[in-house]
Design a protein around this ligand. Structure first.
Ligand SMILES: *[C@@H]1O[C@H](CO)[C@@H](O)[C@H](O)[C@H]1NC(C)=O
Ligand SMILES: *[C@@H]1O[C@H](CO)[C@@H](O)[C@H](O)[C@H]1NC(C)=O
Length: 319
């Protein structure tokens, strides 16, 4: 039996939010074929047409742990965005299913489908902005962020994945749900950009629309998910986003001393970012400021970063 990593997350950044997490009963939203639980944070003062930030927890985590684990919910009180905290139904380890064909396929089912149903519930109930839906997470939550952006490129505007793996890296050839992949975790799943692109595009066959931008971050001494996984995410998303011939700009000491960010832009618009955190283990600490700025969540009114209007909701109204 392999060792299933337990994140040493004893995060001390207790959130002093105005309001509490609210659970939405599973009978009130769907489809949710794997029975993911739905927790919601609604700040007192919502922005008009508020953005939505999904924050899937890490393995052995919970919605409540993700809620108090960063400053993002506290900052929602200031900036008026809504947060969705899904809670994993996989009781063996409370990881996310990032291995089954269902979760890796657009409208295929699995945990990703349930999470997207939560997004749809919030868009409708709170008149939230379908062009400003984001996902961020750490570890298993970062893996799920990769899965959500790959399988639902029509739903999300951007992702921020801290210490995760590429979309499809955990894919189980036998179709297993929430299977741990030692090969991926240890950095032995190495593919070309073209191969990764095929895997992501296979998650939503025929999709030709706009793709969300992505920021991936990884510690160089990650002992749970080898840093090779950062290289695989870079190959994957630069290929998917068509950045193969774009020269990355390098920023040293970005976010923290010793961290290096590579950034890919097209026509002055940043499309992908990868940050290598020197000397950092799997216990990488979320920098809320970095997340907020990447998603432009401090921005109010027109002109904020968002999906272009060719999203699925540009074609059909949310009802
Ligand atoms: C689904 O999840 C809810 C908690 O959100 C739980 O009460 C219920 O028992 C679960 N249903 C099944 C069939 O596992
Ligand atoms: C770079 O790739 C894009 C998309 O594949 C293409 O449109 C563009 O012409 C390429 N630019 C160069 C300089 O090769």
């Amino acid at each position: 039996m392999y060792f299933r990593a337990i994140l040493p997350f004893l995060v001390a950044s207790a959130t002093a939010t105005q309001n509490k997490l609210l659970q939405i009963p599973n009978s009130e939203f769907g489809p949710n074929p794997s029975n993911v639980s739905f927790y919601l944070y609604i700040p007192t003062k919502l922005a008009s047409n508020p953005p939505v930030l999904v924050n899937p927890h890490w393995c052995h985590g919970s919605a409540q742990a993700a809620f108090t684990g960063t400053q993002l919910a506290t900052l929602a009180d200031t900036y008026g965005y809504i947060m969705i905290f899904p809670s994993s139904p996989n009781t063996a380890d409370y990881c996310w299913d990032v291995s089954s064909p269902a979760t890796l396929t657009h409208n295929g089912g699995g945990d990703s489908r349930g999470i997207v149903s939560m997004v749809d519930y919030v868009l409708k109930k709170y008149k939230a902005d379908p062009r400003r839906v984001f996902s961020m997470g750490t570890s298993s939550g970062a893996m799920m962020t990769n899965v959500l952006l790959g399988a639902y490129p029509d739903v999300f505007a951007a992702g921020s994945a801290w210490a995760g793996v590429a979309f499809g890296c955990y894919a189980d050839a036998k179709g297993g749900v929430n299977t741990w992949s030692d090969a991926c975790a240890t950095g032995k799943v190495v593919k070309s950009g073209g191969e990764w692109k095929g895997i992501v595009e296979g998650g939503f066959p025929g999709y030709k629309g706009w793709r969300p931008k992505m920021h991936v971050l990884h510690g160089t001494v990650d002992e749970v998910l080898a840093v090779q996984n950062l290289e695989e995410e870079i190959k994957e998303w630069t290929a998917v986003l068509g950045l193969g011939n774009v020269t990355a700009v390098v920023r040293e000491n970005d976010i923290n001393a010793g961290w290096t960010t590579q950034s890919w832009s097209v026509g002055g618009v940043e499309r992908f970012r990868a940050t290598k955190a020197k000397g950092v283990t799997h216990n990488i600490q979320t920098d809320a400021e970095t997340v907020l700025n990447w998603f432009d969540l401090k921005c109010k009114g027109p002109g904020c970063f968002s999906r272009p209007s060719n999203s699925r909701f540009g074609r059909r109204a949310v009802i």
